[in-house]
Design a protein around this ligand. Sequence first.
Ligand code: SF4
Length: 428
Amino acid sequence: MKESILHYIWQYKLFTQRGLTTTDGDSIEIIDIGKLNADAGPDFFNAKVKIGDTVWAGNVEIHTLASDWNRHNHQIDKSYNTVILHVVKKSDTSIFRADGEKIPQLELQYAADIEQNYEALINDRKWIPCADKIADVPSIFIQSWKNALLTERVVQKTEHIQALLSENNQLWEDAFYVSLARSFGFNTNSQTFEMLAKSLPLSILGKHKNDLFQVEALLFGQAGLLLQAENDLYQRSLAKEYTFLKSKYGLTPIDGSLWKLLRLRPDNFPHVRIAQFAAIIHSSSKLFSKIIENPDIEYLMQLMKCESSEYWKTHYLFGETSNSKSKKLGKSSIYSLIINTVVPLVFCYASRKGNDELKEKALMLLEKIPAERNSIITAWQNIGMEISSAYDSQAFLQLKKMYCDDKKCLRCRIGHKVLTIKKLEARI
Ligand code: SF4
């Protein structure tokens, strides 16, 4: 059997608790199961148990067999000297600490169906293991789990922002600029877009922000897309301007061959995205401060819906004319930028400032955005999950990626209900 199921049974107190005795026959009462330790060392910290008349405080180690204690060499490991109780499925030997003290042991007794349900669950080959059972889980539990998953996802996204802040002397506008650029890469070119932003400090771009032509010259030049400019008048003009600015600021462009066009729709070509990014830089200053002051969906849509320069109305690439079409950022692109950049950044800022109201506002932005449409979201909907906004879709994407795919059902609140629902119903 898997040791993780014993951890789970201990953590959620799913074991028989009346009339407990240690394997030596002493009465034992579990006062506090302790806190699960995800790092090295004993499995649960700061537990409290009463054995006989004595209350002990310390750590708990859990194994399938008592002899696993020796197999893992805990008997010679001083970090296990704090263990007050060894919890096992079967006690096949006595065990001792490195200091020679014998450790009390408890054999866990629990309903057989927990283990059977768990085995059935993780061996299920459906799209997700609990696909057939999730409909039985009360929606109130799913809702509260969704809230936790959503926060977990946003916090994970803030890790990259924390790194950007460190690289940018804790300057929020600069970190936002790089993060926004990365999101403009829309997966395929996100890394290259980030490299572009890092190669061109916001302080330099800011000096020319009132002149869209110069902003484009700097961005396309640093993107390495102005090196072969012989066929197109506009591209040649940008290249000329860039040559001057490059030498003025001592800039070094990135490798233009890093940009990927393969399998991209023309609207997603990096040239179009760079032109749109240039338009945003040109049309507003102190973007991050403005967003923090007014994290409102309508305002954000307005802020990001800016028109690229005239040339791009008839181009997707330099030198190739196309039918005239506005290259304003579309709604779904703006939604993606808000989900991936604005919400994590505002949340990260609010967390650092201890501003819970702003944190809440950041998350609530997702409720105003339609759910993403992709095969994962459709599959969740097909098994009855209600997904009506990006708040829901982001939570369910997190659940699939971080829990279902690795079968971490024991750490999932839906999994907890699926494994114990029969037990609860039986009690009622
Ligand atoms: S992790 Fe949770 S939602 Fe995913 S399959 Fe397991 S129990 Fe179901």
